[in-house]
Ligand binder design. Structure first.
Ligand code: COA
Length: 383
């Protein structure tokens, strides 16, 4: 296996983007990543695109062909990768495996979702849950995560305020991110008084409905310095599966796929949680941010609430979490999220994250999950 490096990254503005089409959105991300890597489009040998459900959001399937065609990259092979909200993380992993195996040299892994063209995105998002046992019974993602939140509060004494703190810290970081969908600071009171979505979760506990795309360019580590002075190396790429339905879990307050993927990633990189200097976690709802810092090993099980309250996840804390603003503030265009997390970590490791820069970090992690944890992808990157 060859070592792999990232030589280019990009993210489009995230938000409700009425004036750009699905195909233009992902092409914009691709072109920006190519420019960032300072390569020619023709040098790219293969593309992997993470997308959850263009068929339901923009009535377009066969998007791999559409994208290669629209970007003028035919006959380059392009493959769509789908794993709900973890589609981006798995598109990245597919690209890494293609380069590591020696099958291709320069690969682009992208992610895209255009969610705001439908009146109600909730039924489309709910297809990532178990149709027979969850969605068809009327359960939605906010309500699935609400059940997890209730259980975590019951089992560990996690408070409503501690959940709110997670959103507050995300927005504090996101306010410094010009590409974020909701770049404003919020307070605990605003979270507690925002409209109720699925008790105990409120509007400001939820990631929004987002249009956006992101891309990364990969090459063999040994070639990386031909393209850039600051290659970022892939130290680990791990993936795990979990039960799709919540009721089949041994414990709904732990996402076992995150635990397994993290353990594999730490082993692969020869690192431990204490070595990670920043992490982008999959906080589709505030409770999931809390589960993530437990499942990735940064705090003991059940201790995420007090840890967030103590400020350890702030940008100057012991383990800075979501310097980009996370899914809550940056936005969550499902299939693009895993790639956008990677772009943020690369900017942080290069020292190019502007006002939200964490000083002097050498090693960072991304954590991207699909559904309530049916899929998890964990990556570790280093300078
Ligand atoms: N954070 C902050 N503000 C938000 C927001 C969010 N998550 N979602 C919407 N808003 C704002 C809107 O900009 C709008 O503001 P305005 O009145 O000033 O224009 C207002 O809140 C109402 O927006 P609207 O689009 O009507 O909200 P909604 O009630 O239709 O949707 C949610 C809110 C939380 C239900 C929706 O964002 C949602 O379903 N989120 C979860 C998405 C999801 O499940 N993703 C997959 C996770 S696994």
């Amino acid at each position: 296996m060859r070592d792999v490096a990232i030589i280019g990254v990009s993210q489009t503005k995230f938000g409700e983007l009425w004036d750009i089409s699905f195909r233009d959105l992902v092409t914009e991300a691709g072109l920006k990543a190519v420019a960032d890597a300072d390569i020619e489009g023709a040098e790219i040998e293969a593309m992997f695109v993470g997308n959850m459900t263009a068929g339901l959001f923009v009535q377009q399937e066969h998007i791999a062909s559409l994208i290669a065609d629209h970007a003028g990259l035919t006959p380059m092979p392009c493959t769509r990768v789908e794993a709900a909200c973890a589609s981006g993380g798995l598109a990245l992993r597919s690209g890494i495996m293609a380069v590591a195996s020696g099958y291709h040299d320069i690969v682009i892994s992208a992610g895209v979702e255009k969610m705001t063209d439908v009146v109600d995105p909730t039924p489309a998002i709910a297809t990532a849950s178990d149709q027979e046992w969850e969605a068809q019974q009327g359960v939605t993602f906010p309500s699935l995560y609400a059940m997890i939140a209730k259980r975590h509060m019951h089992q560990y004494g996690t408070t409503r305020e501690q959940l709110a703190m997670f959103s507050v810290i995300n927005h504090k970081n996101g306010a410094l991110n010009p590409l974020a969908q909701f770049p404003m600071e919020i307070t605990v009171d605003q979270v507690l008084n925002s409209s109720r979505v699925a008790d105990p979760l409120r509007l400001l506990d939820c990631s929004p409905v987002t249009d956006g795309a992101a891309a990364v360019i990969l090459c063999p580590a040994e070639d990386a310095r031909k393209y850039t002075d600051t290659p970022i190396y892939v130290k680990a790429s791990a993936q795990a599966s979990g039960t799709i339905a919540l009721h089949d879990r041994r414990d709904i307050t732990t996402i076992d796929s995150s635990v397994h993927a993290a353990r594999t990633a730490y082993d692969m990189a020869g690192l431990e949680p204490k070595d990670i200097q920043a992490v982008e976690v999959h906080d589709c709802f505030s409770i999931n941010g809390l589960l993530a810092i437990e499942d990735l090993g940064f705090v003991e099980k059940g201790q995420a609430g007090p840890a967030v309250e103590d400020g350890i996840t702030q940008r100057d804390g012991k383990i800075p979490v979501n310097p980009s603003g996370g899914l809550k503030s940056r936005g969550h265009p499902l299939g693009a999220t895993g790639i956008a997390q990677t772009a943020e970590m690369v900017w942080q490791l290069r020292g190019e994250a502007g006002k939200r820069q964490i000083d002097g970090i050498e090693v960072g992690m991304t954590h991207n999950i699909g559904g309530t944890g049916g899929t998890a992808a964990v990556h570790i990157f280093g300078r």
